[in-house]
Design a protein around this ligand. Structure first.
Ligand code: IDP
Ligand code: MG
Length: 151
């Protein structure tokens, strides 16, 4: 089994709307394994590094001020093809275009309030996990239900 780790951020809108548990529950029920978690305020400098690819975009400043506007919850999540599996569960960037059943569709209305970030490749997942977690914050543990989720 090819196991991957990915980074998920529940953005300030998800926290303020009391959706942490509901969203996290989807990942747990799917059979994914939470290997790191914390609540933080994202510092401006870290927000810039995290969203570096978008620095030329018109929405960059509002994106930075939004992600730093309140506490976020950050998770390291592991599983088979976890990066793609979670991107699918998250849905398209614009909640209005996201598929029903996806997190952004089910809870969101606008692209600037799309509730959640998830790494888009194994490479960016590794970078993002290192940006937000120290190595000792990643917890290696055995999923008790492993053999009932994977054959
Ligand atoms: P992603 O989060 O689905 O990977 P990206 O294109 O990487 O989407 O954009 C990062 C974040 O920037 C989005 O999640 C969204 O919060 C914000 N964003 C992207 N496009 C727009 C836009 O057109 N207007 C406002 N915010 C945007
Ligand atoms: Mg992205």
């Amino acid at each position: 089994m090819e196991s991957e780790k990915t980074l998920v951020i529940l953005k300030p809108d998800a926290v303020q709307r009391g959706l942490i548990g509901k969203i996290l529950n989807r990942f747990e029920e799917k059979g994914l394994k939470i290997v790191a978690m914390k609540m933080i305020f994202v510092e401006k400098e870290k927000a810039h590094r995290h969203y570096e690819a978008h620095k030329k975009k018109l929405f960059f400043n509002s994106l930075i001020s939004f992600i730093t506007s309140g506490p976020v919850c950050i998770f390291g999540i592991e599983g088979e093809d976890a990066v793609d599996v979670i991107r699918t569960m998250v849905g398209e960037t614009d909640p209005k275009k996201a598929q029903p059943g996806s997190i952004r569709h089910d809870f969101g209305m606008q692209v600037g309030r799309n509730l959640i970030h998830a790494s888009d490749s194994v490479e960016s997942a590794e970078k993002e996990i290192n940006l937000f977690f120290r190595p000792e914050e990643i917890v290696e543990w055995k999923h008790n239900q492993y053999c009932w989720i994977y054959e």
